[in-house]
Write a protein that binds this ligand. Structure first.
Ligand SMILES: [Zn+2]
Length: 123
């Protein structure tokens, strides 16, 4: 049985490991990406999520369709040289950067029953 509450890491892992089956644009996935990059940005602001106004290709060659949310990283250089990541690729990076262990920005888990994120403090 699927657990009604999953951690940020679980959501990020599923997003890239089950790339072919996951819908990256689902609420829970968009939450996980935004939560992850917000945690990174508390240290140094480099990441943002944007909605595609035109078609793009991510840094690993995945197609980003018009209307899709994707990530930009400004560490690549100046204006116009941003690196683009589809949400699956961004999830992989966030997972391996271990954002789960960083202080929460707004929340820590996804509640499937409520279809919203929740903050669960470690005891
Ligand atoms: Zn990609």
């Amino acid at each position: 049985m699927r657990q009604p509450i999953r951690s940020l890491n679980d959501i990020l892992f599923n997003l890239f490991a089950n790339e072919k089956y996951a819908d990256p644009q689902e609420n829970k996935n968009v939450w996980a990406i935004n939560e992850g990059i917000s945690r990174l940005n508390m240290r140094r602001y480099e990441w943002q999520t944007v909605k595609a106004q035109k078609e793009h290709e991510c840094i690993r060659g995945h197609k980003i369709k018009v209307g899709d949310i994707y990530c930009k990283n400004s560490a690549g250089g100046g204006w116009g040289n941003d690196w683009k990541f589809c949400l699956s690729c961004a999830a992989m990076i966030l997972y391996f950067l271990d954002v789960e262990k960083m202080p929460p920005y707004t929340s820590t888990h996804w509640n499937y029953a409520e279809n919203e994120s929740v903050l669960i403090e470690e005891k």
